[in-house]
Design a protein around this ligand. Structure first.
Ligand code: UD1
Length: 367
């Protein structure tokens, strides 16, 4: 019998599940991997499995893209028979994507325990689709593993029993530690040894609206006049740039457009960057772990440890603020930052130890 059915769906899930599955093998926990197929392009999917050495999924639901409702519903419809057939003791979901809430909801309705890795993060911005996914997933989770201490307060405020919550650290940083020595050098990716910055953009709030996107691209073009900016393009962002006819901004001097990168290429690129500008959640954490200055192009973050302790600064999307913060960093200012507690490469081992005990307790209860 399978103890735990692990779920992945989208790119940021892959680096979270890799160390967890490895720790399960070491702990003797039997696990299977279900891929919902939310992300499917080779660059968004296969490359990560190869880079991270994740086992081939046992089951792929192949849902693909769609509106939130269609994608979520389709994952639920296809996951239910899988869960009924597999009968695991629990499912384990990571992060905050549509696959996370869809599978958690199916399991909770079937009375199967839900384990949520990276629980309790809150931006307090309900316009963010991920915030809805986080709040709802946590409400129906039986075991909640948190990456930073603040998350415990968020969960307490929502009435979640503290006994279910475990502070274990950050599995994404486990993956970073494990792979740092294998990172692809930036000079290989960029074909140059000159200084550079990195930009990633994919949040609907930044890339879907024409004026917001055009404003950001113009700001980046101003920055790129002084420091070349590498810009790996998420498919959502590429589609939006084309839809709004903004391609000319990508040809401005100093802007270096790249396809979505594999994990090891992106790690190498971030590691030696002078500055990283992003709206990603994971990159805020990775830059903090690497000690690289990060400017977050959002009004809030659900990962306050990266700001309070790490190298992250929230700058929003206002041009003056972004350029001033970037100038400060490039002139040697910016934050030094320290590594948050338990971001030490051992989070997945802690999770496995707690789950082993939980499974044991369950076996005794059944016997
Ligand atoms: C999803 C997650 C987001 C995460 C991001 C990382 C949700 C609600 N959002 O956003 O939290 O930060 O992944 O990438 O789950 N597409 C492709 N190829 C693919 C996948 C998507 O071309 O392999 C295109 C499609 O046009 C699709 C669009 O990207 O409609 C958006 O994909 P989707 O999975 O809905 O959301 P993301 O923006 O990727």
């Amino acid at each position: 019998m399978t103890d735990i059915l692990c779920i992945v769906g989208a790119r940021p899930n892959f680096m979270k599940i890799a160390p967890v599955m490895k720790a399960f093998v070491a702990a003797g926990i039997s696990a299977k991997l279900v891929h919902t197929g939310q992300h499917y392009d080779a660059a968004m999917n296969d490359q990560f499995f190869a880079d991270l050495g994740i086992p081939h999924p046992d089951i792929n639901l192949e849902v693909g893209s769609g509106s939130h409702a269609v994608q979520t519903a389709e994952i639920m419809r296809r996951f239910e028979p899988v869960l009924l057939a597999e009968q695991p003791a629990a499912i384990l979901v990571v992060g905050d994507v549509n696959s996370t809430i869809a599978c958690a909801l199916v399991a909770s309705k079937l009375g199967v325990a839900v384990v949520h890795v990276e629980a309790g993060l809150r931006s307090y911005d309900r316009a963010m689709p991920e915030e809805i996914n986080r709040v709802l997933t946590d409400q129906i989770s039986d075991l909640l593993f948190i990456t930073e201490k603040d998350a415990a307060h968020n969960l307490a405020r929502e009435g979640i029993d503290a006994q279910r919550v475990h502070f274990v650290g950050n599995v994404m940083i486990d993956t970073l530690h494990h792979n740092l020595a294998h990172a692809v050098p930036a000079s290989t990716t960029l074909g140059s040894t000159a200084d550079y910055g990195v930009l990633t953009l994919h949040r609907p709030s930044n890339v879907d609206d024409r004026d917001t996107l055009a404003g950001l691209l113009e700001t980046v073009a101003m920055l790129a006049a002084d420091l070349p900016i590498a810009f790996p393009l998420h498919p959502r962002t590429r589609a939006s740039i084309e839809r709004h006819g903004l391609q000319a901004w990508l040809e401005k001097p100093g802007i270096r457009v790249l396809p979505p990168l594999g994990y090891l290429e992106m790690l190498g690129l971030m590691k030696d960057a002078r500055i990283v500008l992003t709206d990603s959640g994971g990159i805020q954490e990775e830059t903090t772990a690497l000690g690289v200055p990060c400017l977050t192009l959002r009004e809030n973050t659900e990962r306050p440890a990266t700001v309070d302790e790490g190298t992250n600064t929230i700058v929003g999307t206002e041009r003056k603020k972004i350029l001033a913060a970037a100038e400060d960093i490039l002139n040697g200012g910016g934050k030094a930052g320290r590594i948050p507690e338990y971001w030490d490469g051992r989070a997945a081992v802690r999770i496995a130890a707690i789950l082993l005990q939980w499974l044991d307790g369950r076996h005794h209860a059944v016997a």
